[in-house]
Ligand binder design. Structure first.
Ligand SMILES: [Zn+2]
Length: 283
C-alpha cells in the first residue's frame, strides 16, 4: 500500500522536529550558565621564576588596575629569598571577595626541554608525577599556599599527564592549548563546551590567544564581537619579555574590557569557584 504524499511530508517534518528538539536539549544544559553575567577574561601569564623589574611592573599593574590574573611559576627557577618574599606578599593581596588578586599556579618544576623532550611530553609517568609533586611541594613548603591550577610548559602534554594529574585532587583547573594538547578526557570539562555542575571537580580551560613575545592587544579587541558570546576566554602571555609598547597595549585591553563593562577578569581557580557557586556573580 502506498503511503499518501502528505503523510510522508508529515513524517519528514516530525523527524526534523525531533532532531531540533534533541539539539535544543543537548545544548539545553545551556553553557551560558557558565558566565551568567557575561564574558569572563582569564589572563595566563607564564614563566615566573625569580622576580624581575618586568614581572614586578606586570603584577603591580594588575593590582593597580583592579583586574585579576593567573601567574605561572616554574618552581625550580624561584631561587632567591627576595623572590619568595615578594610572591608571598603579592599572594596576600585580596579582592573584596577574599580571593587573591593574582593566583600563582603550577607551571612545572623546571620547564625543561632536553634533546627535544619537554617536561610533560615524551617523559614517563613517574617523571611527570615527580615533577608535579616537586612543584606542588614548593608551593606549600616555600610559598605557604596551595596551587589549584596547572598548565604545562610549551603547551605540551601527553596521556601520562592526564593520568598523573588525577593523583592531585587539589588541582582543579588545567589550562591547555587544545590545538596541541588533546589528551584531556571527558572528566576535564571545558566550560565553553559543557555546563559545569557542582560535582565536577576538574575543569579545563582552552587558550584562545597565545602570545609568546609581544602583546598585540588590537587583535583581541577586534575579536570582541565573537568572544562576547563565549562564557570565558583565556589569554596566554609572557610579560617577562615585554617592552613599554606591550605594557601600553595591555593597558588598552584592560580599559577596553573595564570601561564599558564588556567583561570581567577572574583568575583560573576563581573562575572554578564561580562556576561552583562559591562566589556570587556580584562578588
Ligand atoms: Zn612556559
Amino acid at each position: 500500500m502506498a503511503i499518501p504524499r502528505f503523510k510522508i511530508k508529515k513524517i519528514f517534518f516530525t523527524a526534523i522536529e525531533v532532531i531540533l528538539l534533541l539539539v535544543l536539549f543537548s545544548c539545553g544544559d545551556n553553557i551560558s550558565l557558565n558566565s551568567p553575567k557575561g564574558l569572563v577574561v582569564i589572563i595566563k601569564a607564564d614563566d615566573l621564576g625569580d622576580t624581575t623589574p618586568n614581572w614586578n611592573r606586570f603584577m603591580k599593574m594588575v593590582v593597580d588596575k583592579q583586574i585579576n590574573a593567573g601567574v605561572g611559576i616554574i618552581a625550580k627557577k624561584v631561587t632567591k629569598s627576595g623572590s619568595i618574599t615578594e610572591i608571598q606578599r603579592v599572594s596576600n593581596i585580596l579582592q573584596d571577595n577574599k580571593f587573591p588578586v593574582i593566583e600563582f599556579w603550577n607551571h612545572g618544576y623546571d620547564h625543561s626541554k632536553i634533546n627535544g623532550v619537554e617536561e610533560f611530553m615524551r617523559t614517563t609517568d613517574n617523571f611527570q608525577f615527580e615533577h608535579i609533586q616537586l612543584a606542588q611541594n614548593f608551593f606549600v613548603q616555600n610559598l605557604h599556599f596551595t596551587a589549584h591550577t596547572f598548565s604545562a610548559p610549551f603547551n605540551k602534554t601527553s596521556k601520562e599527564t592526564l593520568s598523573v594529574l588525577s593523583h592531585f585532587p587539589e588541582i582543579n583547573v588545567w589550562m591547555c592549548y587544545q590545538k596541541l594538547e588533546t589528551e584531556y578526557s571527558k572528566d576535564w570539562k571545558d566550560p565553553n563546551q559543557k555546563v559545569i555542575h557542582l560535582y565536577d571537580k576538574h575543569i579545563i580551560l582552552n587558550v584562545d590567544y597565545l602570545y609568546v613575545h609581544d602583546f598585540p592587544a588590537d587583535k583581541i579587541i577586534d575579536n570582541y564581537n565573537e568572544d562576547k558570546n563565549k562564557p570565558y576566554i583565556l589569554i596566554q602571555i609572557h610579560p617577562a619579555g615585554w617592552t613599554d609598547e606591550d605594557f601600553n597595549e595591555f593597558d588598552q585591553l584592560i580599559h577596553f574590557y573595564k570601561d564599558s563593562n564588556r567583561a570581567m577578569f577572574m583568575t583560573p581557580y576563581q573562575y572554578y569557584q564561580y562556576l561552583h557557586k562559591n562566589l556570587t556573580p556580584d562578588d
